[in-house]
Design a binder for this molecule. Sequence first.
Ligand SMILES: [Ca+2]
Ligand SMILES: [Ca+2]
Length: 238
Amino acid sequence: MKKLFFLIVILSIIAILFLLSDNTAYARAFNNDFETGDLTDWEEKTGDAFDFQPTYGDNPTARNRGQPSNHQGDWWLGLAERYQGPDKGAKLGQNPGDMQQDANGNVAPDAPQGTLTSIKFEIVGVTMNFLIGGGNRAWGTAEPCCVNLVINGKVERTITGESHETMKRKEWDVSDLKGKIAQLVVVDSSSGGWGHPNFDDVHQANASGKNIPWDQILAVDARGKLAVSWAQMKKYYK
Ligand SMILES: [Ca+2]
Ligand SMILES: [Ca+2]
C-alpha cells in the first residue's frame, strides 16, 4: 500500500512538472531592445540602412554631437550610426561615433535607406511605448523616416523623431487594436537632411501602465491560442 502511495505521488509530481514545462516550453523573448547585439526577431530587412545595426553605446556623444542618444541598455537602432561595438565593430575597423557612408565610402549619415520588419505579435496591451528619435519625416510624405505599427498590411500607427538624435519615450494608444496580430516596421526612405530614424526598447503596457513581458505575449502566440481572452491573460500581468 505504501509503495502504491509513493508511486502515485511520484507520478503526480512528474505530471505536474510536465504540465509546467508545457506552459513554459513555448515562451520566448522578443529582441524588443536590440540587446542581442543583432537583428534577431526582425525578420525582414530591405535596402542597406540596417547593414550596420544595431549600434552600440552613445555614438552621438562620442563625436561630440551634443545630442545624447538616450538609448536603453547597450544597443539601439541609430540609422545614422556605424559602430557595432567593441567586438564586432572593432574587428571591422569601426570606432565609437562613426557614421554611415555612401556607396563611395564617404561619410553620409543619411544616405542609406531601407526597412526592417519585426516578427508578428498579438496586441494584448492598451498602449505601446518605445524610444524614438531621429528625423521628422512622417509616413505619407515623399521620403518617410518613421516607425509604423502594421496590421494586415495597413499602417495603424506611425511616429517620427523630432529632428533630434536624442530619443524620447513616446506611446501609442492601441486599445482598439487589442487581439489583432501586428508587426513593427522601421522605415528609412530618405537620403536627405535628417533622413534617418532612431529606435529602441518597445513594449506593450497594461491599463496600469505596466509593461507586459514579451515572453508572456509570445508564449500565447506560440501555443496557437491567439483568441485567448484578456481575462485569461490578466493573471500574468498583476
Ligand atoms: Ca537597447
Ligand atoms: Ca537614410
